[in-house]
Design a protein around this ligand. Structure first.
Ligand SMILES: [Zn+2]
Length: 320
């Protein structure tokens, strides 16, 4: 299997000059990629600019950051043609790698806009090199810019940043330096969510499990789903009914709970509610074991969330 390290440059609609198209807020104007083999050796490069068909004026950020002007793109081919060429170059057996999670979502939005055949009809696995870099060399929660990561790793900066191929090159250089054990931390792009229960995604990593649900018509339907709200011990596989902390939400978007396995300890579940472009609600749930101290912290957060709910209710009832 090869790694296709991808970077895109895009133009966004300049609201003062032409209306934004909500189906494609960012129009891809350049695809850059490098291909690494299973030993992380560079074995190919891809670089093409694209003639835009949606936004005819360059946003000032595009012009300033990328130094790309509309006239430069006049003789390029349009997205569907370039994309088919790129897809052929990728081959059949590869895993996408990007710096941060945004590129694959925008690429698929562009594919959808142009009616191009999708990669898959469900979540798309990829390596988020920015995240892997953080797991390997930082706290795991930091998210560095590509250039500061290149500096940290003392990679020679002999080509400029902010051209798609060059950013893909640097991302590939960093990927090659990440210890192999981190490469199993696959991310999933959810531009396409699981189409039904059968296709829902369950993955086990070393120390946590992840679940991506199908789509629901609304938030309440999602939160009623037994699979979403139940917890199973990720060591012994037993369903866990006793809770150290019951489900709570500090913000109405993320939900947390802690369940107890008598044998293996406290398992925290985090449910994130997300929306697709066509308005369906789906859930990304992660579960992992946490320490007694973390349980205590979470219990405090739960109490605080409960107090806030109570205060809001009192405020609402004041006038009655
Ligand atoms: Zn257990």
């Amino acid at each position: 299997m090869n790694y296709v390290v991808l970077d895109l440059e895009w133009n966004q609609g300049d609201a003062s000059k032409e209306a934004q198209n909500p189906e494609m807020p960012f129009e891809v104007i350049e695809i850059g990629a490098v291909k690494l083999d299973a030993d992380m050796k560079n074995c190919g490069e891809y670089s093409r600019r694209i003639k835009p068909t949606c936004y005819n004026t360059m946003h000032f950020i595009t012009a300033k950051l990328l130094h790309i002007h509309r006239a430069d793109l006049e003789n390029e081919r349009c997205f569907p043609e370039v994309f088919e060429d790129f897809r052929k170059w990728c081959g059949d057996d590869f895993l996408f790698c990007t710096w941060g999670p945004q590129d694959l979502t925008e690429l698929q939005r562009n594919m959808h806009y142009h009616g191009v055949k999708p990669f898959s009809d469900g979540p798309l696995p990829f390596l988020d090199v920015q995240k892997l870099f953080s797991l390997a060399f930082q706290s795991g929660k930091d998210r560095s810019s590509l250039e500061s990561a290149v500096d940290m790793m003392a990679i020679t900066k002999d080509i400029p940043f902010h051209r798609a191929r060059d950013d893909a090159y640097y991302t590939g250089e960093i990927l090659a330096l990440i210890p192999e054990k981190f490469l199993s931390n696959v991310s999933y792009d959810c531009f396409s969510i699981p189409k039904d229960k059968k296709h829902e995604v369950h993955i086990e990593f070393n120390d946590y499990v992840k679940f991506i649900s199908r789509g629901f018509s609304d938030k309440n339907k999602a939160l009623e789903d037994p699979e979403v709200i139940s917890t199973v011990c990720c060591i012994c596989g037993k369903p866990l009914r006793r809770k150290a902390v019951s489900w709570f939400s500090p913000n109405g978007k993320n939900y947390y709970s802690v369940s107890i396995c008598p044998e293996h300890g406290n398992m925290k579940a985090k449910v994130r509610l997300k929306k697709t472009d066509n308005g369906l609600t789906y859930v990304v749930k992660t579960e992992k074991f946490i320490s007694e101290k973390d349980v205590k912290d979470l219990r405090e957060r739960a109490d605080k969330a409960a107090r806030n709910v109570k205060r809001a209710e009192q405020y609402q009832n004041r006038g009655k």
